[in-house]
Design a protein around this ligand. Structure first.
Ligand SMILES: Cc1ncc(COP(=O)(O)O)c(C=O)c1O
Length: 404
């Protein structure tokens, strides 16, 4: 059984700020001591550059860095460590696929499909490459609860469709997308699919092989790891079709003034000195998360979300943005007559961290005709008593503004 009360003790931030109620986990999660220790251990005991030095600590740094690749592969069900490219985050992973994979093959008149709920990170890279190549960015519509229509998707695919990029879970309202079905439909026409796993990887059991995803991307900082480290998983055939887009040290075979040749994937996509400490921290985060059963994580977060939703519904003027069902550990909402930023600011003054705004999904806000929403997002260290405290404050705000 998951014991959130005990889990909290692993996170020093809650000792430092005993009154902190952290409901901004979709933005970034807090870091357990083991992750902080792993990074400190690297800098204290075996800090050296990787793949180069022949002395002991360099060998250890290289060995620990490369071992995490296998750990990540295992964690997401990838066939091999060779399918795992270290990047600086989800954003960098998507940009790499857009420029390297699509950049090489996209022609005028081709199409890339995304959904109406994508984070800007899974929108702008495709928009830019489509503009550069004269291709079209098509947008899968959703309904007001965030459901995509698979029938519409089916008929919108053509020989010109070169890629579908879809978030597994919407960062704005938590909607879980039917990625397995989308991948099946796409593969019937040999169209590759990129899954943005930024919001799913910490909560769901991910098996990229079973899903048959072509690309799966995520950031370390949303699963208790450090910032500045992310992952691109790609099928071997796709990695082999991709050319490096950043050039320099640690990715070459031979260099002369006339020409250079490059290492094979994944190393050819990791030019320069990478975020070694970040990789080691990510390894520790995966170890930390792996001690819990993902089914229990999912069940606990579902229970917490349902509880929070039922309590929020007690507030007059509350409206959920998105769907009661089919949602992950995120609640997006508006309250009649109160600006989302005011809710976040007042809660912030009481040490309750939530997020307000467009959540990097401006086109989605345009579709919903909202200036923004307030968003609570939960993790395994959150408690029902924290929800109660947040509701108490929100009731107070409401009573103050509109009378009890
Ligand atoms: C669904 C989704 N995609 C992409 C990103 C971008 O992640 P990062 O800023 O770590 O690159 C986020 C971050 O919030 C996200 O929620």
């Amino acid at each position: 059984m998951l014991e959130p009360d005990n889990i909290r003790k692993d996170f020093p931030v809650f000792r430092e700020h005993p009154d902190l109620i952290y409901f901004d986990n979709a933005a970034t999660t807090q870091k357990p001591q083991v992750v902080i220790d792993a990074i400190t251990e690297f800098y204290t005991h075996f800090n050296a550059n990787i793949h180069r030095g022949v002395y002991d600590i360099a060998a250890k740094a290289t060995e620990r860095y490369e071992a995490v690749r296998g750990k990540v592969a295992n964690f997401i069900g990838a066939p091999s460590a060779k399918n795992i490219v270290y990047t600086s985050g989800t954003t960098a992973s998507i940009n790499l696929v857009a420029q390297s994979f699509l950049g090489a093959q996209l022609k005028a008149g081709d199409e890339v499909i995304i959904s109406q709920m994508e984070h800007h990170a899974n929108l702008i890279p495709w928009q830019m490459i489509c503009k550069a190549k004269g291709a079209t960015l098509k947008v899968m519509p959703i309904d007001r609860e965030g459901a995509i229509d698979l029938g519409t998707l089916r008929v919108s695919l053509s020989k010109r469709t070169k890629l579908i990029a879809l978030t597994h879970v919407s960062n704005t309202f938590g909607r879980i997308n039917p990625i397995r079905e989308v991948i099946k439909i796409a593969h019937q026409k040999n169209i590759p699919v990129l899954v943005d796993g930024a919001q799913s990887v910490a909560h769901f059991d991910i098996d990229v092989s079973d899903l048959d995803a072509d690309f799966f991307v995520f950031s370390g900082h949303k699963l208790f790891g450090p910032t500045g480290i992310g992952i691109l998983y790609a099928k071997e055939e796709h990695l082999n079709a991709m050319q490096p887009i950043v050039f320099g040290g640690d990715m070459i075979k031979n260099v002369s003034f006339e020409k250079s040749s490059f290492l094979s994937a994944p190393q050819c996509f990791e030019a320069g000195t990478t975020n070694i400490a970040g990789v080691i921290g990510l390894g520790a985060a995966i170890d930390y998360l792996s001690q819990y059963d993902k089914k229990e994580i999912k069940a606990y977060l579902k229970e917490l979300r349902e509880y929070a939703l039922s309590r929020l519904q007690e507030i007059k003027g509350f409206s959920l943005v998105g769907s009661e069902e089919h949602s992950s550990a995120i609640i997006s909402f508006v309250i009649d007559g109160v600006h989302p930023h005011d809710i976040a600011t007042i809660l912030g003054a009481h040490q309750i961290a939530i997020r307000a705004g467009n959540h990097c999904t401006q086109p989605l806000m345009d579709f919903l005709e909202l200036p923004g929403t307030s968003r609570m997002s939960f993790s395994i260290y959150n408690l029902k008593s924290e929800v109660d405290r947040a509701i108490e404050i929100m009731q107070e705000i409401h009573d103050l503004m509109f009378g009890a």
